[in-house]
Every structure is written in structure tokens, then in C-alpha cells.
Unconditional design. Structure first.
Length: 349
């Protein structure tokens, strides 16, 4: 039977990139699972990953809840999916340590994310080796090991993520192999990556970069809870190019192509971006922006209202119940794997 696992950092309300690249597929997989009863789904709000960058405690507390409300608002259903905070299942951290003992530093060193995170934090792409040594923390360096633990501890067969997580998934498979070859009897499951048709949504202000939560420029992204006028305004001011016609060419015309991708993704009939480009052949970019805004507004209709409802419901009491239930089911799932782990490593009688 399929076991689906994915995670998202509680670093603010998700944007259109998170939604189209990952979360919308989580909801689709949940809906499909209704007709294949063996499938289990786990979605984790990875608060331990969030603290690899400095966080203010009250802000993190608030953002965990905002993420929970966001996941419910897009249609994840706690009766069908296990939704939980990573830190409420301590076994994730325990397995992380055990995987640390078979994970290669050389491999981690070649991975790109910690480098770009550090560079981002220092507002520069090039930083000296000395700065790296002083600023790089163990947690950020070992980030992919914790991510591997998240996935392996729930014996995930499929992990739905955006393009930027592919490298982490490759590493998770390597962790499973290393564990299994080090410990006779180890039977970690190797997870498969699944991506959507929009694995990389680009920034609205710099279409050479992906849309991201950490960009200081708010106009670069659209939050899934944005009011309609804000969605329209951000798409209207999206950076394109100075050519008049509409053509689909992600290499040469990333801005225009990103709009066509968004339009295609939010099109109920799922017409391809090339087809939309032909449709707007004799139109101007303003028309394309208008159509894209209409499609995004339609796609996100109701999310904002449901989000606010979940967040404010009885002073948050209902969210608390969902959090407790999710933690309980996730702990049981994790403990099952940990029994195998302790047994083959020699940590149990
Ligand atoms: P995070 O929180 O950065 O992003 C959550 C999901 O959104 C996808 N995504 C995008 N997809 C398309 N276009 C974009 N511009 C875009 N930006 C983000 C990400 O690929 C991701 O799927 N390390 C993970 C969290 C994590 C995890 C895991 C994921 C921790 N443990 C185990 C899967 C399995 C992260 O930081 O995602």
C-alpha cells in the first residue's frame, strides 16, 4: 500500500509556489486515497527544520498554527490525513541521530541548500570560507538528515514535493541504503519523489528566481490567503519583458512564461501554456495578466475565509484537538519503525 509523506516549514502562510508545487497535490492524493483504502497520508509542519534559521519564539508559535490553518483551508482533512507538528513526535529527532551515524559529511557538503541559505542570510552570493565556518551551524548542515528521518520513519513510499526538494529526496534514498547496508535486518523503505506539472513557480518580481517565502520583497509572491485585490495587483505588476506579443519560452521569456504556467495550472480545463500562448497571440500582456489573475482568484476562492475560520474557531480550541490527534497517530506510526531500528542497531533487548 502507498504511504505518502510530505513536509512544509512553518515560516509564514504558504504562497502560490508551495501550493501549486506541492500542497494542491497533497489534497489530490488525499482525495484519490478514498478509493484505495490501504493508502496512508502524513503531512508534517516541520518546526524543527524552521529553527535551523533564527526564529523568535512567539512568532514561531503563531506560524505553526497559521500553517495548520492553511493546510486545513486548502482541504486537507484530519479524518483522512495525519497532520502534525514534527516536534510533537520526538522519534524524528532520535532517528535523525541514528542516521547521522551513517550519513556521509562529503555528501552533505556537496548539497546546495545550506550554502544558499547562508548566502541569503548574508545578503551576498559569495562568502569566505572563514565566514562559512563561523556561521554554519550543525543543524543547518544536517538539515537533510532530519528530512530523511521524517520520511523514513513513516516508511513513506511517495513524497510529493516541488523541484527544489529533489536533491533532499535523493539524499534520503542514500540514507535508507546506508542504514540497510550497515545494519543487517535493516529494512528502511526507499521513497519515490513525485512532482506536479508546476514544480518550480517563479518570483513575480524576478522571474529568474523561484517564488520563495524568504524574499524580502512581498510583491514577489502571492499568499494563498491574499485578498482578491492583492492577487490582482501583484499579477498586474509582475515583471515580464519589453516584447509586445505573447509567446511561451521559459528560457528567453521567463516572466511571460511564468504567467502562462500559472494560467495553465489554474485553468479548470488544464490547457497547456503553449495553447494559452496561441490564444493570446494577437493580444497584449495586459490581457494575459487579466486572464491569469482571474484564474488564480478562482483557484484560491474560499481559501482565505476558511483559513480565518480555522484560525479563529473557538479561540483556537478546535485546532488544538486536531494537533493532539495528529501527534498521536504520527507517534504510533513512528514508534513502529523505531522498534525495528532499535532492534537491528542493538539498542533494545
Ligand atoms: P518548504 O517549506 O520550503 O516548501 C514546501 C513545499 O513547497 C515547494 N515549493 C515550491 N514548489 C514550486 N515552486 C516554488 N517556487 C516552490 N517553493 C516551495 C517545496 O518544494 C516543498 O515541496 N525541506 C522542506 C520541508 C521538509 C520536507 C520533509 C519535505 C522537511 N521534511 C520531508 C518533504 C519530505 C522545505 O523546506 O519545504
Amino acid at each position: 500500500a502507498k504511504r505518502i509523506f510530505s513536509g512544509i516549514q512553518p515560516t509564514g502562510v504558504p504562497h502560490l509556489g508551495n501550493y501549486l508545487g506541492a500542497m494542491r497535490q497533497w489534497k489530490q492524493l488525499q482525495d484519490e486515497a478514498s478509493s484505495s483504502p490501504g493508502t496512508k497520508l502524513f503531512f508534517s509542519i516541520v518546526d524543527l527544520h524552521a529553527i535551523t534559521m533564527p526564529q523568535d519564539a512567539p512568532v514561531l508559535r503563531q506560524r505553526r498554527r497559521e500553517m495548520m490553518a492553511s493546510l486545513l483551508a486548502i482541504g486537507l482533512n484530519p479524518a483522512k490525513s495525519t497532520i502534525f507538528y514534527q516536534s510533537s513526535v520526538p522519534a524524528h529527532s532520535e532517528l535523525k541521530w541514528i542516521l547521522d551515524c551513517t550519513a556521509s559529511v562529503g555528501y552533505l557538503n556537496r548539497m546546495t541548500q545550506w550554502k544558499s541559505k547562508l548566502a541569503e542570510d548574508n545578503n551576498s552570493l559569495r562568502i569566505s570560507d572563514e565566514t562559512i565556518e563561523n556561521k554554519l551551524k550543525m543543524g543547518l548542515f544536517g538539515y537533510p538528515v532530519l528530512q530523511a528521518a521524517d520520511i523514513l520513519i513513516h516508511r513513506a513510499t511517495h513524497v510529493p514535493v516541488g523541484d527544489d526538494q529533489k536533491q533532499h529526496l535523493e539524499f534520503a534514498r542514500q540514507c535508507a541504503r546506508s542504514f540497510n547496508s550497515t545494519y543487517p535486518g535493516g529494512d528502511m523503505v526507499s521513497p519515490e519523489t513525485i512532482t506536479t506539472r508546476s514544480p518550480r513557480v517563479m518570483s513575480l518580481t524576478n522571474p529568474h528566481k523561484k517564488m520563495s517565502k524568504s524574499s524580502p520583497n512581498h510583491s514577489s509572491r502571492i499568499l494563498i490567503t491574499a485578498p482578491e485585490d492583492e492577487i490582482r495587483k501583484r499579477i498586474r505588476s509582475a515583471v515580464t519583458d519589453s516584447l509586445y506579443a505573447v509567446t511561451y519560452d521559459p528560457q528567453e521569456r521567463p516572466g511571460v512564461s511564468n504567467l502562462l504556467d500559472l494560467l495553465s495550472q489554474c485553468d479548470p480545463e488544464a490547457r497547456e501554456p503553449e495553447e494559452w500562448a496561441r490564444h493570446f497571440e494577437n493580444a497584449n500582456l495586459g490581457d494575459l495578466k487579466q486572464a491569469t489573475a482571474d484564474a488564480v482568484v478562482r483557484e484560491l476562492a474560499g481559501v482565505r475565509e476558511r483559513y480565518l475560520d480555522f484560525l479563529n474557531h473557538k479561540g483556537g480550541r478546535w485546532l488544538t484537538e486536531i494537533e493532539e490527534e495528529g501527534a498521536k497517530v504520527a507517534r504510533e506510526s513512528a514508534d513502529e519503525t523505531m522498534r525495528m531500528v532499535r532492534d537491528v542497531v542493538g539498542l533494545s533487548d
